[in-house]
Design a protein around this ligand. Structure first.
Ligand SMILES: Cc1cc2nc3c(=O)[nH]c(=O)nc-3n(C[C@H](O)[C@H](O)[C@H](O)COP(=O)(O)OP(=O)(O)OC[C@H]3O[C@@H](n4cnc5c(N)ncnc54)[C@H](O)[C@@H]3O)c2cc1C
Length: 320
């Protein structure tokens, strides 16, 4: 694929890139090119040039909520990700480029004495990915203190949306489905003079999270694989997908090297050499076992990228 029209932009293009290198599951085949976009301005220029040529692409952030197919994907991947925080502050409002990592944003807020993000520290991935999926932990969600999001629309216009114009739900938002690309966001937080308590709260969360920010380096995974269950008559007050998986016996499963993490039934990991298909097959088995025992159908939170065998009947909205 000739991408020489992108030469005018200072970007890294990985030709025939392995998705293993760019997802925290460290699984998946190849894509024709993976373009690394370090900030919103670069991303916007790349997207416009691709759209002008009708070249399809798929947007990703850090790749911490994706299971990529062993067959790879026949589309260009745009990786909108920057390990260096791109943040500015005005009063109690932080403006952040969506390529920034969520944890870097929470650290910045802590250092600045701005309260409101401490429970969601230690979640891997970018601010863009976190807002799209309304990431959260310990009862706090990234949308809680969000005041606006600036998006690149499918027609290439740039629009600043107030928080009230966006539907946020449990691990979901309009922005995950409508083709808008999150370029940047504003969070309005509470200023407190004593940063000691904020730092202590952050340390406590980082210390106690069962699925800590670096877990995937040793235990390849994408965090919780299934969404928690809405309270229903079948679920009673139980909501934790991990509880249902545990009690349905799914922790003992091992399918071609794919299995649950010993400390948490809802975190799926894999042995060396196991494939993305094995992970996928395990999730089918888990869904069946929970359904047989509790009559509840678990829904994947992790997004599937590309083709999987035996995929009939899966929640299609989570596919690319
Ligand atoms: C060890 C570990 C622990 C985790 N713990 C938690 C947790 O506690 N809570 C939680 O909620 N999640 C958790 N996760 C899941 C994951 O970290 C979050 O879903 C994260 O917000 C994904 O961000 P990302 O940049 O990696 O997105 P990706 O995985 O790259 O992409 C996810 C989705 O977001 C979309 N997207 C990405 N960037 C943008 C953008 N700029 N504009 C529009 N759409 C975009 C993509 O198209 C895709 O649909 C965990 C994952 C791991 C590996």
């Amino acid at each position: 694929m000739d991408l020489s029209f992108l030469n005018e932009i200072n970007i890294k293009i990985n030709i025939n890139a392995s998705l293993k290198q760019f997802t925290t599951f460290k699984l998946g085949g190849f894509c024709p090119a993976l373009i690394e976009c370090p900030d919103a301005a670069v991303l916007r220029r790349v997207v416009i040039l691709l759209r002008e040529r009708n070249i399809p692409f798929i947007l990703m952030g850090f790749g911490s909520n994706i299971l990529a197919s062993d067959y790879g994907i026949n589309k260009i991947m745009l990786r909108f990700n920057n390990e260096t925080p791109l943040v500015t502050r005005e009063g109690n409002t932080i403006n952040v480029d969506a390529a920034t990592h969520l944890d870097a944003l929470t650290q910045y807020a802590t250092e600045q004495g701005l309260e409101g993000l401490s429970q969601i520290c230690g979640i891997p991935g970018t601010v863009g990915g976190a807002i799209a999926g309304n990431a959260g932990a310990y009862g706090q969600q990234v949308s809680d203190h969000l005041t606006s999001v600036t998006v690149l629309k499918p027609d290439n216009s740039v629009v600043k949306l107030p928080r009230s114009a966006i539907r946020f739900d449990y691990r979901d938002s309009d922005l995950k489905h409508n083709g808008d690309i999150i370029l940047s966001a504003e969070f309005t937080l509470n200023h407190i003079n004593d940063t000691t308590s904020l730092k202590a709260a952050r340390e406590e969360v980082l210390r106690t999270r069962p699925c800590n920010i670096n877990l995937w380096r040793d235990i390849p995974c994408a965090g919780s694989f299934f969404r928690n269950v809405d309270p229903t008559s079948k679920a009673g007050q139980r909501q934790s997908a991990g509880w249902f998986l545990d009690n349905a016996g799914c922790k003992d499963l091992n399918l071609n090297g794919a299995h649950a993490y010993t400390k948490h039934a809802n975190i799926i990991t894999r042995d060396d050499g196991a494939t993305a298909q094995a992970v996928y097959d395990l999730t089918i088995k888990m869904i069946d076992m929970v359904k047989d025992k509790y009559g509840i159908v678990l829904i994947r939170e992790v997004r599937l990228l590309g083709k999987f065998n035996n995929a009939a009947g899966c929640n299609a909205e989570n596919y690319w």
